[in-house]
Design a protein around this ligand. Sequence first.
Ligand SMILES: [Zn+2]
Length: 270
Amino acid sequence: MSVHIKHRIRDGSIWLLTLLGISALHRARTRRRGPLVRVIAFHHIKDVEWFERTIAFLVRDFHVLTPEEFHLRAFDLERINVLITFDDGYASWVSRALPVLEKYGVTAIFFIISGLLNKAKDQAARQAFFKERLCIVPKPALTWEGAAMLVAHGHTIGGHTVTHARLSTLSAADIEKEIHENKHALESQLGVPLTDFAYPFGRHSDYSEESRNSATKAGYTHCYSAESGFFVDEATDIPRTLIERGQSTASIGRWIRGGYDVFALLNMFK
Ligand SMILES: [Zn+2]
């Protein structure tokens, strides 16, 4: 089955689940344990108009948290809280995302692969990195100057390893190297302490208990996966819902309200 058809079946099913009130039940169950909080993740921003439409929608329909509010658990008790994050390191974060975030007064966490930034200005090395490490079509990469600009605009930087390694496949020594060297490079180049770390690829099978221990040892207090769900507490891996390129605001809204979690739990439609 093509990805396109799979996605159409998935989106139709999520729409139906929402209509039947299953998402509302899921929210009611989660709310018994505390406020509703969801962390979402973007990657490369291809279309600035789509991105602005999405941010305007998030600001209007949800309570968008700053990273500080998230760390302090300063949550809105009535509305769904949303924390915005970005993964990897793309030039589009500065050229397209930053002006929109500024316009709407939104701050986010940017999880950065330090090895990619080191290659940002070497086209051949950068392209090879995207193909081999991220398994995606090469895109212009964030530079260290760009990362400093994000910091200067009040955004938070998080760790995402040196080479976007699938941590579950590495030895304990290599896991430590990936996590510690990345944190050290970002902190020394940007002059900010890091407390947030996102596992590359981010599905349960992509990281291990050892990855979590190594991140904690490095001084990270918040570790983020890419498994969809509502936030429960920082002592466990923090779930994140990955927003797809070009996804409609109606669909993003259904995912944030919990429609996608059921499918994610069943490991379907990935
Ligand atoms: Zn990544």
